[in-house]
Design a protein around this ligand. Sequence first.
Ligand code: ADP
Ligand code: MG
Length: 427
Amino acid sequence: MPKCQTLTNDSTIFWDALGTASPEVVALLANYLYRSPRPLTLSKLLSFGRPLSPDSIMSSASYALSEIPRRLTRRIRALESLPFIVGTNPYVTRTLEAHRKSFEWLATYPAVGSLEENAEFATQLEFLVQSHANDIPTLAKGFQECGRYMSPGAVSDFLDSTIRNRIAVRLIAEQHIALTWALGRSLHYSIHDGVVNMTCSPVEMIKACSLFVGEMCEATFGVHPNVVIDGHLDTTFAYVPVHLQYILTELLKNAFRATVESHWKAFGMSSLREMPSVIATISSPQSTAGSKNSSYLSIRVRDEGGGVSLKNMSHIFSYAFTTAGRNLHQEDETDGGPYAAQHVGGSAAIGGGTKGEAGEADLFGEITGKGIETGVGTLAGLGYGLPMSRLYARYFGGSLDLFSLDGWGTDVILKLRCLEGADEVEI
Ligand code: ADP
Ligand code: MG
């Protein structure tokens, strides 16, 4: 019987004070030590839904059952290899325990033999994904407390590989979950792409994210700038919508905050002067060339929020670098080590977060934080928005670059690889 009762949203129950693995888990992990994750391509992931059938769902289940534990083994090993003092941090220990528990559950899960058993497996897998929703904020809190015992490079390498691994695990799990429910809905065989939306609309996504970030900004500052969308408005492209949503939310949060703060700095908080809009421009070379010779979709998010100072430019993609919570009239970042001086532990989250508030997971299990007073969300404060967004953009071979016109504003250029026909992309 699957041990579903051990899965819960409250990962604290997985935490034992010593952070040691049970003998059963140690034995299981040893078993998996030499089983490296098999390279996963997008085409492999999509193949289970093309066409979607009871047989393909069975293959998808066994693929998830074999691949996810392999990837969790890597994560567990990486967490166990952190310097001792970091490993004793309660947040880090909690994350490690949650991974061991999930690994044990998956590694001992019986083979799925029928559609009914698969429905049960998919339900439990969904719980498992949810139980890990807070992993990154939890780790962020851990590194906030003890990251100084590691070099900034080591922290950033660790977080990069943790987040990449997590994206892959979620893609495998969520693909299986999406296909399982899709098969349940349609009794006849069909093509279903699961987590990839073949006609993802950037304009719709920008509108939805602007609305959400606007509410967050309103709750924080009482005002928010408008968003103007231009460019190739009708274009659609194949992508993983939750990835695009995550990136756009983070970019808009940064643009909104910069716009309001720099407007207030220039004209005062009570000024009735209109705030400059944030401009999101969509560019799809397919639309201009009229052929599918280019497989990238670009979005530029432009604001007149004063830009990033030269001094801060080299730090903005570092985990935990933030200027949030500092007085509007304060000068740019003070001297000191790039990690220690700008560490998030010293700043308050904008939006009602407490000092060093690690934030909570948003709908997609990533960091957006949750304002304690506003209840809507935290606009900034962890310093994870840009590095994580760039990681997401690069995941399928895209890019994210920030250009600052110091004193005027910022352009962020996001290029995302269209996933249609990009079957060989490795995940
Ligand atoms: P956070 O928003 O939590 O501070 P981010 O990683 O999103 O973390 O951004 C890091 C820092 O980069 C911000 O604190 C801010 O100083 C700077 N930054 C990012 N985007 C902008 C922007 N559009 N305009 C001005 N500064 C920006
Ligand atoms: Mg941000």
